[in-house]
Design a protein around this ligand. Structure first.
Ligand code: MV4
Length: 447
């Protein structure tokens, strides 16, 4: 019996695979989610608190209590919330509840970005040149910047996703950047350890999916290109990457497997790389959870990654072979946000919903007509995934699916994605992490 310590589409996603495997499920929900689909789809459901995440989905004691009273054997944390919380992983272990994710030690080791980098370096994974670990003081920082050569990137060791990160182009800007980055990191993570890297200009964000088993064996399931981001929020992802070559895929896949096996990684994980315009790749971060964008990998290698996670957690060995894309898949994250007003959140009740369908169209969502989107949580309400033989066919399919996708009662980012599919640089596959810097929404057609 598996308790899903999450909500929304990912809770539904895990429940679906559990049902196919004949595994009983327990949903947990806040009072704001009493009418949510994951509550209805699960075999049992336990209310764990009021709407605030801190009082519900992040409340370790309440989740453990729910697992105890329902006799759950394991907990699947999904992504976000407690999925990379070492304390939670530890407490599950102490309560003899299998945490379907990484061990507390692994979460800590990969969560501390400077130590993760040192580990990768030791494993022989290419890393961005820069400081050797955390920088002790500003004098050292100044010296390191000269050795590394401007421009440099200052990064918070407890950071990730861009928080506490500063690009510095010239020496006079170094001290203010050092001070403000440390303050931001201290405020956000209670830790102001900083490290430094050579700045990679306009990189691509290409990540490799890996799965490791309890014998220390690991395999990779190829890449996902996640370069189209806005303020460090991924908007759309695809595989194969339009920038990939067969030899680069081999090199990145092998580096990711080498890293996973070096640390005896168990479960599903993602090794994120920065790739420069010369196709040099460098370790960026490692995520010890299932990711939002995992469906595009599932679609092109025809592998259920949640099933893999459950099997590995049950001690079942992986075959060890790697998986390569046989098709092309694109995911568009549909958020309850208004793209015509700086993507500001737009919670409320969905009055009309028509879901797209047809060959090669997958919609991972928990919303339905009449559903009230609570303002308490992340604004993502659906993931529209399309899969076809070629990138061109996938883009045509995405356009058609977006045109079919009707959601009324709230604003969504559907119009943004529809315009993206016609942006020349996107259509050409010619984009980096800088792509959204100069993107402008076209005014909506008159109703
Ligand atoms: C970098 C970089 C350039 N050079 N590191 C952003 C958050 C975290 N994942 C690391 N990030 C970056 N690290 C060096 N040495 C540029 C980024 C970056 C970025 C990376 C991936 C996806 C989107 C990004 C947006 C801005 C900056």
């Amino acid at each position: 019996k598996i308790l899903i310590a999450n909500r929304g589409e990912i809770a539904l996603r895990v429940i679906r695979t559990c049902k196919e495997m004949g595994i009983k499920t327990v949903a947990v929900y806040s009072t704001a989610d009493a009418e949510s689909l994951h509550v209805r789809f699960a075999d049992e459901a336990v209310c764990i608190g009021p709407p605030a995440s801190s009082e519900s989905y992040l409340k370790i004691a309440n989740i453990i209590a729910a697992a105890e009273i329902t006799n759950a054997d394991a907990i699947h944390p999904g992504y976000g919330f407690l999925s990379e919380n070492a304390k939670f992983s530890k407490i599950c272990e102490e309560h003899d509840i299998k945490f379907i994710g990484a061990s507390a030690e692994m979460i800590d080791r990969m969560g501390d970005k400077a130590s993760a980098k040192a580990t990768m370096k030791a494993a022989g994974v290419p890393c961005v040149p820069g400081s050797d670990g955390v920088i002790p003081d500003f004098e050292t920082c100044k010296k390191l910047a000269v050795e590394t050569g401007y421009p440099v990137m200052l990064k918070a060791s407890a950071g990730g996703g861009g928080k506490g990160m500063r690009a510095v182009w010239k020496e006079e800007d170094l001290q203010p950047a050092w001070e403000s980055a440390r303050q931001e990191s201290k405020a956000a993570f209670g830790n102001d350890d900083m490290y430094m890297e050579k700045l990679i200009e306009e990189p691509r964000h290409i990540e490799i999916q890996i799965v490791g088993d309890s014998t220390g064996k690991a395999c990779h399931l190829s890449e996902r290109d996640c370069s189209v981001q806005r303020r460090h929020q991924k908007l759309t992802e695809e595989t194969p990457s339009p920038f990939m070559t067969d030899e680069l895929r081999e090199a990145m896949g092998n580096a990711a497997v080498k890293a996973a096996e070096y640390i005896n990684y168990e479960g599903a994980g993602t090794v994120e790389f920065l790739v420069d315009k010369h196709r040099n790749f460098y370790f960026m971060e490692m995520n010890t959870r299932i990711q939002v964008e995992h469906p595009i990998t599932e679609e092109v290698v025809d592998h259920d990654l949640i099933r893999e996670q459950i099997k590995v957690a049950a001690g079942i060995k992986i075959s060890g072979k790697n998986y390569y894309p046989q098709l092309h898949s694109i995911e568009c994250r549909i958020n309850a946000e208004d793209p015509y007003n700086d993507f500001r959140p737009s919670p409320g009740r969905i009055t009309v919903l028509h879901a797209p369908g047809g060959h090669g169209v997958r919609l991972d969502t928990h919303v339905y007509a009449g559903y009230m989107i609570p303002p308490n949580y992340d604004s993502m309400i659906a993931k529209l995934i399309v899969t076809a033989q070629t990138r061109e066919e996938a883009i045509a399919k995405m356009k058609r699916a977006l045109d079919e996708f009707v959601i009324e009662g709230i604003k969504t980012t559907i119009p943004f994605h529809r315009q993206l599919m016609e942006e020349p640089d996107y259509v050409e596959g010619n984009y980096t992490t800088a792509f959204m810097n100069d993107f402008e929404m076209r005014e909506p057609e008159e109703e």
